[in-house]
Design a protein around this ligand. Structure first.
Ligand SMILES: [Fe+2]
Length: 317
């Protein structure tokens, strides 16, 4: 019940250096109006800050991402959260590893450490509250008892409101180099991978099975943003709502093998996806996940419809 009612003390793995959360992302699109409509209908709280849109989840102050204007849809940066007393150690690590620090993007006011990853993507390590889960996220599969109605009338169904950003899947030109970079520099750990085609990485201080996923492409770009919900019903209700608003392309309902989450992906106005995700596997701060290499044909999804032909197309390439 505690997860239901709020505060869970942030967990921390002692003696090891690593980011604890995927704090926020930033990307640009040619026109903010379709972005505002899409993410609002998806169930997020869309606000404005300066010339950017902000994406928050219901009832929470955290801004999970910002969207600016640019000539075409393009990923800009990801900011990872770290514990305050780890930031100096990260600065030392960057120096030791010969990773050059770069200036923050113009107009971004921050005291974080900025660097480029193996693909030239801008990455920040900043002091931030731990927003990754510190225990397995609540998941409900209610079953009605005798003489009880299990399902509500359609008119009584509540809109789906995601609880938090769960993960981002980035395209990368080299999955093995990505694993190496995000492990050595940011202190994340490999959860599972399928050869050099896709990899899933978690934070060491208590995290979902993945807060960052990396898929092979000929160029960087972001493939999907995943948002955590509490039941398969919420996934279905969210998918139906998006369909009723004309967002009829996507993939789901299904269940992944790696991460185990139930999913439905809705294609956004730029060809990438927003995922409703429920019941993803959890890696506690005081235990190690048994990372393994899985054959792709046996590990993409357990069940679900066939993915659309452009599901792994990189529209940013
Ligand atoms: Fe996902």
């Amino acid at each position: 019940m505690t997860a239901n009612l709020g505060f869970v003390k942030p967990t921390r793995r002692t003696g090891e250096l690593g980011v604890h959360s995927l704090d926020h992302f930033h990307f640009v699109v040619p026109d903010l109006a379709p972005a505002k409509t899409f993410y609002g209908e998806f169930g997020l709280e869309v606000g404005e800050r300066g010339s950017n849109l902000t994406l928050a989840t219901e009832g929470g102050p955290h801004v999970w991402g910002t969207i600016g204007e640019g000539p075409r849809k393009k990923h800009q940066y990801i900011s990872f959260g770290a514990f305050e007393d780890d930031l100096d150690r990260f600065a030392e690590r960057l120096q030791t590893l010969g990773v050059r620090r770069v200036d923050p993007p113009a107009g971004v006011d921050t005291n974080g450490l900025w660097l480029h990853d193996h693909d030239g993507n801008l990455v920040e390590i900043a002091v931030a509250p731990k927003t990754s889960p510190s225990e397995k996220s609540r998941f409900v599969q209610a079953s009605a008892g005798p003489l009880e109605r299990g399902a509500p009338s359609r008119s009584a169904v509540k809109r789906t409101r995601p609880r938090r950003l769960a993960h981002v899947l980035m395209f990368t030109t080299d999955v093995m180099k990505a694993i190496d970079f995000y492990s050595r520099v940011l202190g994340m750990r490999l959860s599972d991978h399928s050869g050099d085609g896709i990899a899933f990485m978690h934070g060491i201080h208590g995290s979902d099975h993945h807060m960052l996923a990396l898929g092979k492409s000929n160029a960087p770009g972001f493939h999907h943003l995943s948002w955590d919900v509490g039941s398969v019903d919420e996934i279905g209700v969210g998918a139906m709502h998006m369909l009723s608003k004309g967002y009829d392309k996507g993939w789901g309902l299904g269940r992944h093998v790696l991460g185990s989450n139930f999913f439905h992906y809705v294609q956004d106005p730029w060809g990438s996806f927003a995922e409703y995700s429920a019941d993803i596997d959890f890696v506690p701060h005081d235990a190690d996940w048994p990372a393994a290499d899985h054959p792709p044909e046996d590990s993409f999804y357990v069940w679900g419809p066939n993915p659309p032909a452009d599901f792994i197309h990189n529209y940013e390439a």
